[in-house]
Each structure stands twice: as C-alpha cells, then as structure tokens.
Design a protein around this ligand. Sequence first.
Ligand code: TYM
Length: 347
Amino acid sequence: MSEPVQTPPTFPRRIFSGIQPSGGLTLGNYLGALKRFVEKQDEGIETIYCLVDMHAITVWQDPVKLRQQTREAAAGFIAAGIDPRRSILFNQSQVTAHVELAWIFNCIARMGWMSRMTQFKDKAGKNSENVSLGLFAYPSLMAADIMAYKATDVPVGEDQKQHLELCRDIAIKFNNDYKVDYFPIVEPLIEGVATRVMSLRDGTKKMSKSDPSDQSRINLTDDADMIANKIRKAKTDTDPLPDSVEGLKDRPEARNLVNIYAALADLAPAKVIQDFAGAQFGTFKPALAELAVAKLSPITGEMTRLMKDPAEIDRILGKGADQADAIARPIVDKVYDIVGMIRSRQV
Ligand code: TYM
C-alpha cells in the first residue's frame, strides 16, 4: 500500500496587527493600518489588535508618557471604529505569551537574518553598538505577536513587509526543525493606495511619528486649524496637477497628496486626478484640507471624549487581554511541549 498523502493543515483565518504606542498616531498609521483594521473587522473575520508597548521600549520611553500614549492609541482605535465587542483590543505587556514565544523565536531566528533588517539598520544608523539588544530582536517579538495566535493575515503598511517575511522564515524553520506543521505561514495584507504615506515636508521620506518636524505629519490629535495649516504648507512643486496618474511619476509630493486624498475619500487616485486635472495646488490643497478635516475631526473629537475616562480605557484593555490570553496561552503551552520543556507545576 502506498503512503497516505500528507496534506498540510489549513488554519482558520485570523487577523492580527499591532501599532507601537511610541508617540501619537499619525495619518500614516491611520490610512496604512487603522482604517484597514476597521474594514477587516467589518468583514466578519476574527480580528485581534494590539498596542505593542514591549516594542515601544526598544527605544527609550518616558514611563508616564508611555502609559498616556498607550491609552491615547487605544482611544484612537476605538474612535476610528474598532469595536471592543467585535475585535480583541489590548496592550501587549498584559499577555505574557508574547515575550515567552519571542524568546523561543530568538533561538530559531539567525543573526544573519536579523542583521539584514533594513528598519534596524535605519533606526540604529551609525550607532549600532549603542542601541538596545531589544531593538535588534524586535522582529522576533513581532513574529511571536502574530504566531501566539496562529494568525494567518496581517494588515500592515509597506514598511513592515520585510518583518513579515522574517515571520514566515521563523515559522518555516520552527516547523522544519521540530518536524511539525504547527505554525501557519502568514500572509501580509499590504493593500490600498496609502500603504506608504509620505512626509508632508519631503515626498521621498515616510510620514513618521518619530520625525523631529511636527509639520511633516498629521497627528490624529491635531485640530482642524492645524490640519489645514500643515496641508497648506506641505511641500509641492509648482506645476498644476496632471491629467493622468502617470503624470505623477516623478512628482513624489504631488503623488503623496493625491494618494492621501484618494485614501481619505475611498476613491482610486485616477478618479481624483480626473476631478482635479489641471488644478493648481492653490485649489487642490484647500479641497484636501476640507476632506481631511471632515474625516479626521470626528475621530479626534471622540478620542478626546474617551481620554476623559482613562479607567474605562484600562478596563477595555484588561478585558481584551483576558480574551487574547485565552487564545495565546494554549498555543504557547504547546510550543513548550514541542521544544521539550518540562511543565510539571500544579496550578
Ligand atoms: P508602527 O507602530 O511603526 O506602525 C503601525 C502601522 O502603521 C503603518 N504605518 C504606515 N502606513 C503607511 N504610511 C506610513 N507613513 C506609515 N507609518 C506607519 C505600519 O506599516 C504599521 O502597519 N512593527 C510594527 C508594530 C507591530 C506589528 C506586530 C505589526 C508589532 N508587532 C505584529 C503587525 C503584526 C510597527 O512598528 O508599526
């Protein structure tokens, strides 16, 4: 008799993603991640969203500010449409399975893989001897975040692609080393027109919460005047908008503003170009500012309201952590078993 054909297990679809509470949320976080987290929640697949405070401390964080920023980010998620009754929302440090699995993944990942991470190289710069060991191991903790839930789909912006490829490599090596089909091979969901929102001051640089210039980004806490002002002052060239998307090719700042408009309005960039073909920035920028204020102000207002009750935010995060723990605990316990640890405590 021939050997039965082994089919790899299929994993139920489960979505996981995270955001660092290492500063305020930006328009990049909103369009590249948060807005899409809400869309995924509304597709009815199980969604787990995490404020990755353990990742945040890979660079120095003031403890008082970290707590404040974590609550503010949670308020941002809820204000943007994450419903804690339909998605699990929690902060990473409350679920210890993440760091436990991260250690095991530190023993799976290879130094060479980690050394190739461009985000580490960018963040460490010329100072790589002096950055934390945590910053180097960062992508291994990220893989653990995802695999602690056997998540299959991870919505992220473009800058996280390499980290997700590493997550796949770690899962494959774990499965091979221990001859199991235990971890799924994750699918990065990098979709839409805003997978890389650029700085308002330099169309070749990513919009980032760590950019020293506040003018370079729109924060979810900015009021209407600040948003309008930042868009008015955004760097552009002097030409009018072209009549086709191809005309944006060598115009990074113009392309960025068109993409932001398209993402906020849920339109294709081609439609935005069709509507504004030949327009000067003197016309386009006020239209963009009006749209941005209309879309973001309700979120900012709701965030401010939620922040008045920090105990309620903490309660939501605690409840989310209980739900997350109930999923992650047995998955990580089984990993201990697979790698050969004795687990004999009576609890
Ligand atoms: P973080 O906190 O830097 O960013 C959170 C999410 O926002 C996206 N993003 C952007 N998207 C478009 N344009 C931009 N300018 C922009 N800036 C940020 C990011 O791609 C990301 O999706 N390592 C992650 C956090 C993390 C994580 C995870 C993500 C930890 N564990 C597990 C997914 C799964 C990070 O630093 O994201």
